[in-house]
Design a binder for this molecule. Structure first.
Ligand SMILES: [Zn+2]
Length: 92
């Protein structure tokens, strides 16, 4: 399925989901039922900054092969002590 954009002269733009390659040049407006013309627009692609792309790549990599550390990295705080109520939970 693909999303096709149509524009009614009175009501504005609306989207129609149809199988790829089957969109007609006109579609009935869902509001006023007038013929709306198909609008050709650029695909929904966006440019990603280098920093955002690197972060995304690191996040994807950590899903399969997370970095293993044996100590708190410099500049970070040590993890908090566990909540005291957790000590009252039964041990296995
Ligand atoms: Zn309309």
């Amino acid at each position: 399925m693909a999303t096709y954009e149509y524009r009614c002269g009175r009501c504005g733009s609306f989207d129609v989901k149809l199988p790829i390659g089957t969109a007609p040049d006109a579609w009935d407006c869902p509001v006023c039922a007038a013929a709306a013309r198909r609008v050709y627009s650029v695909p929904g692609l966006a440019r990603t900054s280098a920093a955002a792309a690197a972060l995304h790549t690191r996040e994807e990599r950590s899903r399969e092969a997370p970095d293993v550390v044996s100590e708190v990295p410099p500049g970070r705080t040590a993890p908090r002590q566990p909540h005291p109520a957790l000590s009252r939970l039964p041990r296995l």
